[in-house]
Design a protein around this ligand. Sequence first.
Ligand SMILES: [Zn+2]
Length: 264
Amino acid sequence: MSRDATFSSEEVERYARHLVLRELGGPGQQRLKAARVLLVGAGGLGCVAAPLLAAAGVGVVGLVDPDVVSLSNLQRQTLYRTEDVGRLKVDCARERLGEINPHVQVEAHAVALTPEAADSIVADYDLVLDGTDDFATRFAVNEAAYQAGVALVSGAIERWTGQVGVFAAGLTRNQLPGQRKACYRCLTPDIPPDAETCARVGVVGALAGVIGAMMALEAIKLIVGAGEPLVGRLLIYDALSAETRTVRVPPDPACPVCQGDKSI
Ligand SMILES: [Zn+2]
């Protein structure tokens, strides 16, 4: 985050509502401009988080998704249009983000995030957001974020319930065991036997808007150093009852990722 970040008069006007915020201001906006944020998954959550990060002035937004837009995506993946069906999601998203904010550099990765790909891609970024819906990819992203020493903002939606949390084990891996934060595998050690996908059980589209926006907001808080990000906590939103609860996520001493690291 050392690149020079001076603003043109156009940018000063564009970011005016940020610049007057006490917790963000000029220094925060410079941090946003210098930040490199990776979004894994350009589905429902990514479609909401990505334009918010681009509009906010994040300097580099990386997008990872191997899929093309399908008609059944459009109910919640609001970055895409009907005529985009059949096109690569990352190509469509790159165009839209460029239209929202030409100052943002978008890096499109039309690949599946296997563990091997995750390590090399994640290492290029300061912060990772995971909005994918399969556990194998979530585990690969978590491990890569931990190894790269960056925080992971994780979101998930299913039916009428969503959750978002910040896993900062990568940031705290060099600290004493008692001061380390949880990684995603501390919360979910193994793929749950009852794991289901949105394709099978459904998801209400507007829920992607809520959780995707919370992911973007947590990312902005982490980048500018505002408030208390959801580090070590998981926020669960039950849309049917319109209630939220936040639970603590402590590091798991038996975690296969962040506690088995004997190199420290
Ligand atoms: Zn862990």
